[in-house]
Design a protein around this ligand. Structure first.
Ligand code: FES
Length: 107
């Protein structure tokens, strides 16, 4: 499935991310800056924050767990209703074409 990462300046990068991977690792594997993923997906760093594109909110849903919701409170940039921790978004066929927006900084 393809995921499009839109950086803070509006620059878009579309990459293939294997099924079963997550949106954080998709960015790291492709050298996309803007997602750090310091804890490697362990749900303890909040440096994989992204904003889901409005068109994809219905498909992705909200935080996948209470732990994600709690950690979202610690993101470095403004928390929005569309905020997610990208390591918690597993790539499924339904997410082909997903668009996520990257915050200005993760620290
Ligand atoms: Fe650390 Fe997502 S990579 S919380």
């Amino acid at each position: 499935p393809q995921v499009t990462y839109v950086d803070h300046d509006g620059h878009e990068t579309r990459v293939d991310v294997p099924l079963g991977e997550n949106v954080m690792r998709g960015a790291l594997y492709s050298g996309i800056e803007g997602i750090v993923g310091e804890c490697g997906g362990g749900l303890s760093c909040a440096t994989c924050h992204c904003y889901i594109d409005e068109d994809w909110i219905d498909t992705t849903g909200g935080p996948s767990s209470d732990a994600e919701a709690e950690l979202l409170e610690q993101v470095a940039t403004k928390l929005r209703p569309t905020s997610r921790l990208s390591c918690q978004i597993e790539i499924t066929p339904a997410l082909d074409g997903l668009v996520v927006h990257l915050p200005e900084t993760q620290f």
